[in-house]
Design a protein around this ligand. Structure first.
Ligand code: PLP
Length: 381
């Protein structure tokens, strides 16, 4: 726990509501029951901090975690109990077999060469190694072709060498419930899964949780919905998890015709009051929001004027009563007035991209059970 004085002097605050995160996990778990619900915490838990996020999910009962890379296993392993399983979605990087086995992580084998290398490790060690197998059911991103997976199911040596913990696939359009491709992927996956009796099956990401029950299979793998982002039109009951506030660095009044920011793109159409805010693209605020999206103060819209710089941007605060906002105050970037989805729409991207870029340079304030823990920029993950 850092001194409160240090958070008082930070230039931006990313609030992370772990109670909301846990409530979202409960909502998703109830929705897929009797299937189990895991959690995808890749990319440092979508940028927020893998150790604290995973520990909170573990306290809520989650026992299955997914990361993308081997490097993401260690922060997690220290945060969850030994009864939790950690899967690596991208599978085995070349020559990483020893490190993967030592980390106690379970690779998702996505290609025949990954299968071959993991089986060879098992033969060397003399005991079966835990593994997940991914089948490509139509997205053409990662996973074995159906016939290759079926051939493995028929290979008794494979059954001796691999302790298959999960058979999985991934949907290309789970956020679009009406698409026929979802049903086609489900059928293609089930045809393969029939050859792996007794191996738990997993299909659904966040969007898949809000598809019909057959998509829930034995284990769901939501990520973004845990953080309160609606993964499609049918999502209900998710609570926002993040809030972002950034400091006013300077306030000025400008006359009509004054030019503002890099490239002098903005030309004040009339006299304006402007505030320069400690938030830029190095803080994860998209540069495409220059001249596009607003920030907010007590429900009042403050349009961004001119380009977003690396460490700052400028907003028009003329709509606020004079004196309402002073140097050193905070304005709302994400919160009750602006969701991740709002910012993503204005930036012409998706909420995932904004979320995953936020974590690096803000003071993160984790709130749980009425306690706040402050992690300053550069602090532990
Ligand atoms: C990222 C990922 C997920 C989680 O996706 P969300 O849309 O964030 O729920 C699930 N499965 C796989 C294979 C993934 O890569």
């Amino acid at each position: 726990m850092q001194q409160l004085s240090s958070v008082e002097s930070c230039s931006s605050r990313l609030g992370i509501d772990l109670d909301a995160l846990r409530a979202n996990y409960r909502t998703l778990a109830e929705r897929v029951a009797p299937a189990r619900c895991g959690a995808v915490v890749k990319a440092n838990a979508y940028g927020l901090g893998a150790t604290r996020v995973s520990a909170a999910l573990y306290r809520e009962g989650c026992r299955t975690f997914f990361v993308a890379q081997l490097s993401e296993v260690a922060p997690l392993a220290s945060a969850v109990g030994a009864d939790a399983a950690i899967f690596i979605l991208n599978g085995l990087d070349p020559a990483s077999e020893g490190a993967c086995a030592a980390a106690g992580a379970i690779p998702v084998l996505n290609s025949l060469s990954q299968v071959t290398r993991w089986r060879a490790s098992a033969r060397r060690l003399g005991f079966p190694l835990p593994a997940a197998l991914q089948v490509d059911s139509g997205m053409s991103r990662l996973g074995l072709a159906a016939e290759d997976a079926i051939a493995l199911a028929a290979d008794p040596a494979c059954a001796r060498e691999l302790d298959l913990r999960l058979l999985m696939t991934h949907l290309a359009g789970a956020d679009e419930p009406g698409r026929a491709a979802n049903e086609e992927q489900l059928a293609a996956f089930r045809r393969v899964a029939a050859h792996f009796p007794g191996v738990p099956a997993s299909i659904a990401n966040s969007g898949g949780v809000f598809l019909p029950a057959p998509f829930h299979a034995d284990l769901a793998r939501p990520g973004v919905a845990l953080f309160g982002v609606d993964p499609g039109p049918h999502a209900v009951g998710l609570r926002p998890v993040v809030q972002l506030h950034a400091r006013v660095l300077q306030i000025r009044a400008v006359a009509a015709g004054t030019r503002v920011g890099y490239g002098l793109d903005h030309i004040a159409p009339a006299s304006q009051r402007l505030a320069t805010i400690a938030l830029g693209y190095a803080d994860g605020w998209p540069r495409s929001l220059g001249g596009a999206g607003p920030l907010w103060h007590r429900g009042i819209r403050l349009p961004i004027v001119g380009r977003v710089s690396m460490d700052s941007l400028t907003v028009d605060i003329s709509a606020l009563p004079p004196g309402e906002l002073a140097e050193g105050d905070f304005v709302e970037c994400l919160g009750p007035s602006q969701s991740l989805a709002d910012a993503a729409r204005d930036a012409r991207t998706i909420a995932y991209e904004i979320l995953t870029r936020l974590g690096a340079r803000h003071a993160r304030i984790f709130v749980e059970d009425g306690n706040a823990e402050v992690v300053l920029p550069g602090g532990a993950p």
